[in-house]
Design a protein around this ligand. Structure first.
Ligand SMILES: CC(=O)N[C@H](C=O)[C@@H](O)[C@H](O)[C@H](O)COP(=O)(O)O
Length: 243
C-alpha cells in the first residue's frame, strides 16, 4: 500500500456521517476491543480479528484503543469506530490532550473518546478548548468518558456529543460498583440532554438491558466479551488453578 493510499484509507469515514453514527449506536451494543500492554493479544491484527468477530455477532459499533489498532479496525469493519488513545495508566490518560484527540480522528475513528472529567489536562487546555480544537480539524463525534454527574454536566457544557459512564468508579467520585453504575446512569439521563452511553463493568446481558431500561442511549461492553484473561480468572476464582 502506498503512503497516499494509506492516508486516504486512514482518514476515510466512508458512509458514516455524524447522524449515521448516532443512528447506529442508538439502543445498540458497542463492543470495546482492547488488549493491554504486554498481553499476548496486543497486536493490531488481532484487534481487527476480534472486531470482525464481534461485528459478526451483532455489535453495532466497536471501541478501539491505539492509533495502529484504530486504523487496522477501521479498514476492515463496516460499523462506526469509537477510538481512543490511552497514554499512561492513571490520572488523565484516555486521549488526554488535543494532540492525542487529533491523532485518533486522523487514524480513522468516527467517534473520539476522551477523558471527560473535570481534572486538569496534561496540555493545560480545558475540555471545551480540546473539543473546539478537534472540531476545527475534523467532523468526528466526541464522547466524554465521565466519572460522575458533575463531570457529565461539565462535559455537556464543553460541547461534546456523547456522555459515557466509562470512568465511574475510577476517579474517586463514585464507588466502584460490581456492575454498571446504574444510579449514575439514572442521574445522567435525568439531568443531561445528551445521549448517555453506559460503559464500565457491564458483565451480563441482564445488566445491559437494565442500563437501557434506565434510559441509556447505548451500551458498551469490553471485558465480558473481549478479554479472555479476565474472563478466565472469573472461572478460576471458583475452580482454583493448578499453576
Ligand atoms: C477505566 C478504563 O480505563 N476503561 C477503558 C476504556 O476504554 C477500558 O479498559 C474498558 O475495558 C472499557 O471502558 C470497557 O469497560 P469494561 O471492560 O468494564 O466492560
Amino acid at each position: 500500500m502506498t503512503e497516499d493510499r494509506m492516508t486516504e484509507d486512514r482518514t476515510s469515514k466512508g458512509r458514516w456521517g455524524r447522524g449515521q453514527v448516532l443512528d447506529a449506536m442508538r439502543g445498540s451494543l458497542t463492543v470495546s476491543c482492547q488488549a493491554y500492554p504486554g498481553e499476548p493479544m496486543r497486536d493490531p491484527r488481532t484487534t481487527a480479528q476480534v472486531a470482525l468477530s464481534v461485528v459478526a455477532g451483532g455489535a453495532a459499533a466497536v471501541r478501539v484503543q491505539g492509533l495502529d489498532d484504530i486504523a487496522a479496525v477501521a479498514a476492515v469493519v463496516d460499523v462506526p469506530v469509537v477510538g481512543l488513545w490511552k497514554d499512561g495508566a492513571d490520572g488523565v490518560f484516555i486521549t488526554p490532550t488535543l494532540r492525542h484527540a487529533l491523532a485518533v480522528a486522523d487514524a480513522g475513528a468516527h467517534v473520539v473518546a476522551l477523558d471527560g472529567t473535570r481534572r486538569p489536562r496534561p496540555d493545560g487546555l480545558t475540555l471545551a478548548e480540546t473539543v473546539a480544537g478537534l472540531r476545527e480539524a475534523s467532523d468526528t463525534l466526541v464522547m466524554a468518558d465521565c466519572g460522575s454527574l458533575d463531570d457529565a454536566l461539565a462535559a455537556q457544557d464543553a460541547g461534546v456529543d456523547l456522555l459515557g459512564t466509562t470512568l465511574a468508579g475510577y476517579t474517586g467520585e463514585r464507588p466502584k460498583t460490581d456492575g454498571p453504575d446504574l444510579e449514575l446512569v439514572e442521574a445522567m439521563v435525568a439531568a443531561c440532554s445528551l445521549p448517555v452511553v453506559v460503559e464500565g463493568r457491564v458483565h451480563t446481558p441482564a445488566q445491559a438491558a437494565a442500563a437501557l431500561a434506565c434510559g441509556a442511549f447505548s451500551v458498551c461492553v469490553g471485558t465480558a466479551i473481549t478479554h479472555p484473561t479476565t474472563l478466565t480468572s472469573w472461572f478460576v476464582s471458583v475452580t482454583g488453578s493448578d499453576r
